[in-house]
Design a protein around this ligand. Structure first.
Ligand code: NDP
Length: 267
């Protein structure tokens, strides 16, 4: 049978996708698009109220099964319980999008071991813990798509975010190693690397810059946008489109890649 491609209207029908941090920002845009493509969805995150509301909206809009599981990606027993419950509700998981993340900034001198561990626990170890839960089922089920939301900060260095850069570089290392390890199985593992994207993370970055430098919000925004040769923020939907493409059955030969969605910021 020919693999379903981008021209099929619901090429992910019958697949169960998990999106961590699926309640808002980039994760919500990814969840919305995967559901539009026919996937049943489990949204994972820490806020029951947010997840339940988004799950109801997505189920209503797209006519697919959508469940919500409350968990914290830094807590191994909670992660295991959430994935076990998700599979029991909507069936074996064929797609995992490791999107949950925090972007905390501090000069290196103020990056103490607790701060360091907190960032790595969410942005790197969290993805590791989630992947452990799905890999055996993907192998047994004959289909797996793992997409890790990294960052331009996974491919180059930026000042004042050493922990975030280290975690995102680590996430890309994990992506590459695992892609090779499972290459003979029907599983792909890729990273998507957005530039500054219009979500709460950028809102917090603007608050931080204005508080610490005294610059206006417009000046701070101009500074962030200047990283992107296209002179704008990335839209969450643009990141989602790339994730969705990687999840297609027809994208089976794309693995181990770190795909930039950054307006040409890096090449
Ligand atoms: P948001 O702050 O809007 O969303 C972050 C999401 O992660 C929320 O849904 C949040 O859920 C979830 N999350 C955070 N910590 C945890 C945790 N411990 N356990 C479970 N879920 C958690 O950020 P974005 O949408 O912008 O970011 C999404 C991803 O994209 C992140 O990995 C980020 O690093 C990456 N990225 C973002 C860029 C940007 O400019 N926005 C640029 C490059 C990469 P809740 O708080 O409800 O639990």
């Amino acid at each position: 049978m020919e693999a379903k491609g981008i021209a099929d209207s619901r090429p992910l029908a019958g697949r169960h996708a998990v999106v961590t941090g699926g309640g808002r920002g980039i994760g919500l845009a990814i969840a919305d698009l995967l559901a539009r493509m026919g996937a049943d969805l489990t949204l994972m995150g820490r806020s029951r109220a947010v997840l339940d509301q988004r799950a109801a909206e997505l189920a209503d809009r797209h006519g697919v099964g959508v469940a919500a599981e409350v968990m914290d990606v830094t807590d191994p027993p909670l992660v295991e319980a959430a994935f076990t419950s998700a599979a029991a509700r909507l069936g074996p998981i064929g797609i995992l999008v490791n999107n949950a993340g925090v972007a905390r900034a501090a000069p290196f001198a103020k990056t103490d071991p607790i701060f360091w561990q907190e960032v790595l626990a969410v942005d790197l170890t969290g993805a590791f813990l989630c992947i452990r839960q799905v890999l055996p089922g993907m192998a047994a089920g004959g289909f797996g798509r793992i997409v890790n939301i990294a960052s331009t900060a996974g491919l180059t260095g930026f000042p004042y975010i050493s922990a975030y850069c280290a975690a995102k570089h680590g996430l890309i290392g994990l992506t590459r190693a695992l892609a090779r390890e499972v290459a003979r199985q029907p599983i792909t593992v890729n990273a998507v690397c957005p530039g500054y994207t219009d979500t709460d993370i950028v809102g917090s970055a603007l608050d931080n810059i204005t508080a610490k430098t005294g610059r206006s919000r417009d000046e701070a925004l101009a500074e962030l946008v200047a990283h992107n040769p296209q002179g704008r923020l990335i839209e969450p939907r643009e990141v989602a489109e790339t994730v969705a493409w990687l999840c297609l059955p027809a994208s089976a030969s794309i693995t181990g890649q770190s795909i930039l969605v950054a307006g040409g910021e890096l090449m």
